[in-house]
Write a protein of this length. Structure first.
Length: 365
């Protein structure tokens, strides 16, 4: 938007100077004003037009028509306007369309030069500049094609990576369901049968040892049922879910996550609620980095403190530090960590944006 305003102001300035010199040399300017309105309108529609080549040709033609109808003693402003429009078209037209415009532009510029002077050397200079412009436009067109090809390949790479993640996730869930079914059908049934036999033996021969065995079998059966339920449900907590989150975000965006687990971090036992909070904190931090970070790289570090707490650190580099305020996501993150007895700090240095916190280890029953 800023570039459009600058280009429009520059074009308007040149056209104003062009009209100013006409006002001093001619008294019949009705047609010139009409041509001016068409030229200015065409110029403003160039940015949104599907075929800007037609508008560029129309502007060149109208400039030649105005110069022919109302000739000036000095053709400098006419040539400057032609040169400006031609220079701008280098960055906007594809190579084939630009070559067509170059031929038409050479014709228009030559006509204006020959109207005022017969200096052929100007035509040679004009041809040399046009040749250089064509080569420059060709180079830019090739770079644009390479950029579009890169975007297509990147999009295809993301699609395949996302498809691979979804396929692997489906296969993992299917395998977990199969394991859960096998545990339920084999171990679960055998423990149930063992418990029934112990009940029958305790009825026939009441002994304290049978009661202890029944207690152990019931605990084993309950743990088996808990394991089966956990396997049948999709996992949303713990370190493994964090890994899946990182893989998912990397497959869907430009972000590159450096995930580090320091010694002792995996030995810290957290409650289910703390695992969920850890997952949500890392998820919100990575999402925040994707939206606002000035670097593609994000560092996630998990460790164990000297007092046995789980420490987590998420940071990304910044190149233009600016004051920041805690948004809804960061405030909600701090509240959730505080609810489970943890701490969370959000701060910024001259080089990094850092989210740092701890979670108190607890015994999991």
């Amino acid at each position: 938007m800023k570039m459009l305003i600058v280009r429009s102001l520059l074009f308007a300035t040149l056209w104003t100077l062009y009209l100013y010199h006409h006002f001093h040399q001619s008294k019949h300017l009705a047609i010139l004003l009409f041509i001016s309105s068409i030229v200015i309108g065409s110029y403003f529609f160039v940015s949104a037009a599907k075929r800007p080549l037609v508008l560029y040709i129309a502007i060149d033609f109208l400039l030649v028509l105005a110069e022919w109808r109302y000739p000036l003693s000095n053709h400098m402003y006419s040539l400057l306007l032609l040169l400006y429009v031609y220079t701008e078209s280098i960055f906007r037209l594809p190579h084939s369309a630009f070559r067509v415009l170059t031929c038409f532009h050479l014709l228009c510029s030559s006509m204006i030069i020959l109207m005022k002077t017969h200096q052929i050397e100007w035509l040679f200079i004009l041809m040399l500049l046009s040749s250089i412009s064509v080569l420059f436009n060709q180079n830019m067109s090739e770079k644009e094609e390479q950029r579009q090809l890169y975007e297509q390949l990147l999009g295809e790479y993301r699609r395949l990576k996302r498809l691979n993640y979804q396929t692997e996730r489906a296969a993992r869930l299917e395998e977990r369901t199969r394991i859960a079914r096998d545990i339920h059908d084999s171990v679960g049934h055998k423990l149930t049968a063992l418990l029934m036999q112990l009940e029958m033996l305790s009825i026939k021969n009441p002994r304290e040892e049978y009661e202890e065995l029944k207690h152990f079998v019931r605990e084993s059966l309950e743990e088996t049922r808990h394991a089966v339920r956990a396997l049948k449900t999709e996992e949303h907590e713990g370190i493994s879910s964090v890994l899946q989150l990182i893989r998912k975000l990397e497959s869907e965006s430009h972000i590159l996550v450096h995930f580090t687990i320091k010694r002792g971090a995996l030995s810290v036992r957290l409650t289910n609620q703390q695992n969920v909070v850890l997952y949500r904190v890392i998820q919100e931090s990575l999402t925040n980095a994707m939206r606002h970070a000035q670097s593609r790289e994000v560092f996630v570090i998990l460790g164990k403190s000297a007092v046995g707490e789980l420490e987590f650190l998420i940071k990304n580099r910044i190149f233009d530090p600016k004051p920041f305020q805690l948004g809804f996501g960061l405030k909600n993150m701090k509240e959730r960590v505080k609810e489970v007895g943890g701490t969370l700090r959000v701060f910024q240095t001259n080089e990094e944006f850092v989210i740092q916190g701890t979670l108190l280890a607890k015994e999991v029953s």
